[in-house]
Design a protein. Sequence first.
Length: 67
Amino acid sequence: MDRFFTQEYCDRCGGSLGGRIMSRFNTACLCMECSEKEEEALGYKEAVESEISEIKNGNYKYKGIKS
């Protein structure tokens, strides 16, 4: 099984993962609190747009804009 689904701690803050989501900037697994903070980061909108574009072009293994 993919590490994303089995890890216990957030890659950013080290806190426990209750819920989890992948970063829009890279492949880090984030807790919900870090995800909310990331949404306020400079470049977040561009990261989202880049990910959507890559997926539309068939790249389902996109590593993000800061990989």
